[in-house]
Design a protein around this ligand. Structure first.
Ligand SMILES: CC(=O)N[C@H]1[C@@H](OP(=O)(O)OP(=O)(O)OC[C@H]2O[C@@H](n3ccc(=O)[nH]c3=O)[C@H](O)[C@@H]2O)O[C@H](CO)[C@@H](O)[C@@H]1O[C@H](C)C(=O)N[C@@H](C)C(=O)N[C@H](CCC(=O)O)C(=O)O
Ligand SMILES: Nc1ncnc2c1ncn2[C@@H]1O[C@H](COP(=O)(O)OP(=O)(O)OP(=O)(O)O)[C@@H](O)[C@H]1O
Ligand SMILES: N[C@H](CCC[C@H](N)C(=O)O)C(=O)O
Ligand SMILES: [Mg+2]
Length: 488
């Protein structure tokens, strides 16, 4: 493909080099081959502009970088926002892509929602895939990318690869990091969903307004003109999010008790799921959702909204909700103790998520709710006491343990979580650093009628210790450990 044609398609001016052949795109100089376009970005740890000479040495034909960057020996595609320009250019190269693409943002519920969208599409007979925390999931299985929203080259290359495999429908997770770094641009995204916003990632974003602004790039720029914004209407940030979508001229599709397009009229828990009464286009419907918890109902309805907003048939879509499979590591029933107490594994790693997970289980508890959790290192430290507070106030027994301490002192992280527990259950809070011991202790404590919640790691397969060169991942899977501790 010629550089000139790619630049013209992306609307980028090109002073020279239009006839150059482009063979690929890279944002890491170590991945540059002859004919590559290199994106040189200022990052959180290093400045990609420092690698421009090495990239050109390796054969880069063009470099997308800020106007002030020095580019000698290759075409300089200068742009004040080089990540955006690079994404637009690369999108012309990685084509064609699947016809129907939707994206989900929000603090919690992205993975669950994209999984559910994929399942609904699949039940309707489409070849569908999802991209997110669980990796790239297709009818053939999942492949991890290491990030929720992969880097732009991995993302676009995967989209084109999926199209080649015959995938026509893709739902992807747009994390705030991904949106802030333009990791998912350049595609025709037909609909975007907003699930909710609560405290997380304030190590990366300055404050909640900044975090919200990053998420809203989805509606401001990523969803195509004339596309739809599907919004969970019952969150405190929903009205602001709807305003942003309307300002852009997107079609609004709101879902929830305050929703207009899908209105949740009633929700009643049953032993293994819940019954939802909803109204859609004037028709009342009853859905027997085979998943527990208000939060899973919310995600399922948002997923239905995305499918309907992109042409799904209502009867088929609502019928599919009754056949949804559980999402890995989201209120997954891992084991039942010898005394009959169920053990659930959930990915709650924010205060709001922990509250939602505990609330989901509460109707199923006749005895005590025992929660085991910790907080991640090298991540927003302000959420630690808040998670402690939620657990102490909402659970009956709390065991604070380790969850990916990364480069931090694990004991200090636990201390910060425990500081938040002080207002709650004095004497009912324990600290057990070793996660296996903590899970074992919870299971030993549990009697008939009790429920154990092991929160924070969900599907994760390891405990991350150390940072940089010293980083190690020790194999650890909450579900397996819970089963082993239960003697199963
Ligand atoms: C803070 C953050 O988001 N960092 C991500 C980001 O790094 P960055 O752009 O700041 O890059 P950098 O390491 O400073 O390097 C700057 C540039 O120089 C380039 N470089 C660097 C070294 C070199 O030798 N040559 C070279 O060319 C890099 O490729 C990069 O383009 O872009 C990198 C490449 O895509 C990511 O690997 C990296 O993820 C780090 C490892 C990470 O931990 N990210 C987490 C926080 C994350 O993104 N999480 C979100 C949200 C999770 C959720 O809540 O769901 C996610 O989407 O996964
Ligand atoms: N709609 C929701 N409202 C509140 N909490 C939720 C909601 N959906 C999920 N959660 C909680 O958040 C946890 C993570 O869910 P999920 O993986 O779907 O979210 P995510 O947005 O993809 O998270 P991440 O940012 O880590 O990728 C769940 O295990 C649950 O505890
Ligand atoms: N996407 C989230 C995952 C957190 C999972 C939790 N186990 C932790 O390590 O804090 C993050 O990177 O912040
Ligand atoms: Mg996710």
């Amino acid at each position: 493909m010629k550089l000139g044609a790619l630049a013209a398609a992306a609307g980028l001016p090109l002073a020279e080099g239009a006839e150059r052949d482009v063979t690929g795109f890279a944002i890491d100089n170590r991945k540059v081959a002859p004919g590559t376009v290199f994106g040189a970005f200022q990052g959180a740890t290093v400045n990609g502009e420092d690698f421009i000479p090495a990239a050109i040495q390796a054969g880069a034909v063009a470099v997308v970088a800020r106007p002030e960057a020095r580019v000698e020996g290759a075409v300089h595609i200068a742009d004040a926002e080089p990540r955006r320009a690079f994404a637009r250019l690369a999108a012309g190269f990685y084509a064609p892509v699947p016809e129907t693409i939707v994206a989900v943002t929000g603090t919690n519920g992205k993975t669950s929602t994209v999984e559910m969208v994929r399942q609904i599409w699949r039940m309707a007979g489409n070849r569908a895939a999802s991209i997110g925390t669980l990796g790239v999931t297709t009818p053939e299985g999942s492949v991890s990318t290491g990030l929720t929203t992969p880097d732009i080259v991995t993302f676009l290359a995967n989209m084109a690869g999926l199209a080649r495999e015959g995938v026509t429908h893709v739902a992807y997770e747009a994390s705030s990091h991904g949106l802030a770094q333009f990791r998912n641009e350049g595609l025709r995204v037909k609909a975007g969903a907003f699930t909710n916003l609560s405290r997380d990632h304030l190590d990366y974003h300055k404050d909640m307004a900044d975090y919200f602004a990053a998420k809203m790039r989805l509606f401001d720029e990523v969803v195509e003109q004339g596309g739809t914004a599907v919004i969970w209407a019952d969150d405190q940030w929903s009205p602001s999010s709807a305003e942003r979508a309307q300002a852009r001229g997107l079609r609004l599709f709101t879902v929830g008790e305050k929703g207009t397009q899908i209105r949740l009229l009633a929700r009643s828990p049953s032993a293994l799921g819940q019954t939802l009464q909803i109204e859609h286009e004037g028709a009342a419907r009853t859905i027997n959702l085979p998943l527990i918890g208000a939060y899973q109902a919310a995600n399922a309805l948002v997923a239905a909204g995305l499918v309907l907003a992109t042409g799904g048939d209502p009867a088929c879509t609502f019928d599919a909700l009754g056949r949804l499979q559980p999402v890995r590591g989201r209120l997954e029933r891992a084991a039942i103790t010898g005394l009959g107490a169920p053990v659930y594994v959930d990915y709650a790693h924010t205060p709001d998520a922990l509250e939602a997970a505990i609330a989901a289980l509460r109707p199923h508890v006749t005895g005590r709710l025992i929660v085991v959790f910790g907080a991640g290192g090298d991540r927003d430290s302000g959420k630690r006491p808040l998670m402690g507070q939620v657990a102490a106030e909402q659970a009956d027994i709390v065991i604070v343990t380790d969850d990916n301490p990364r480069g931090e002192d694990a004991g200090e992280i636990r201390k910060a979580v425990l500081a938040g527990c002080s207002g709650g259950l004095m004497g009912k809070v324990r600290e057990i650093g070793d996660r296996r011991e903590a899970i074992a202790a919870a299971l030993q404590t549990a009697c008939k009628g009790d429920v154990v919640l092991v929160a924070g790691k969900g599907h994760e397969q390891g405990q991350i210790i150390g940072r940089g060169e010293a980083m190690r991942v020790l194999p650890f899977d909450d579900v397996t450990v819970a089963r082993e501790c239960a003697g199963q």
